[in-house]
Design a protein around this ligand. Sequence first.
Ligand code: PBG
Length: 332
Amino acid sequence: MSDYSLAPGSIRPRRLRSSPAIRRLVSEHRLHAADLVLPMFVKETLTEPSELQGMPGVFQHTLDSLVTAAREAADAGVGGLMLFGIPAVRDEIGSQAWAPDGILNRAITAVSEAVGDRTVVMADLCLDEFTSHGHCGVLAADGSVDNDATLNRYAEMAVAQARAGAAVLGLSGMMDGQVAAVRHALDTAGFTDVIVLGYTAKYSSAFYGPFREAVESQLQGDRRTYQQDPANGREAMRELELDLAEGADIVMVKPGLPYLDVLAEVAQASPVPVWSYQISGEYAMVEFAARAGAIDRMPAILETLVALKRAGADAILTYWATEVASVLERRR
Ligand code: PBG
């Protein structure tokens, strides 16, 4: 009998790293343009697109420039678009959110007509861009965010967005019961096919900073009474259970990189697709570090995205969606 025991040094993981071809073949996770969703901003009062200081390369759009950028994203093969609106006028209850001629609702229709079936048009469903106080809900007399009164507003907003042509509604407000309230409103109005994306775990994050510039947020204070405490991971599983029971079609974990552990746990447990939102501050960190010469920009971007896939994201919302989709196409 020969002795087949391995000599020291016989097991060499480097074999599978030895050439670009073998590395490509054994790669466990791949990025596809179809897995990327581009968040986009449209501002009612603009006459020219305006680049954001905190997010170089990202623009507040006019309705026209939004449609052009949406077409470019669709041409690049991006899987979806997530639209955010900045209205000319804000009020206490955020009524431009459900006004049929509100900027976001007009944008949904214009973009849907422009891209047709080539990519999926989604809308942010939250009041913070529309309220004068910048909170994600309406306020009670004592100034606190009134959960159940907000659900009625979300229901109206959902029907308006569905009527405008949105295929997916992104419920980012973190009110209890929001998925059930929106599902019920959609079904009652006959929009049984409109997809509900529940922001299952959304943390109260310092990395939303540049986004608040993008939507010109009026917020005083913070969102800690409704967004989750960054210290809590287990709580995300309870939010997942609730969103599933309420009928969420897709669930989200947000932000991305600082919450890979939460994403991995949710992805293990979820029977529905799990998405991740790589947020404005994550974008800014890479862009400004690259500008300072500290990191190599595109490899860093691709590494952040594949990290989110490895943790379990089925799709990723990222401000780099169009650019990365083009890079992936060129590398094929
Ligand atoms: C709320 C909302 C926020 C983001 C998306 N939807 C901001 C917030 O909770 O303050 C942040 C996205 C980003 O930072 O890129 N409507």
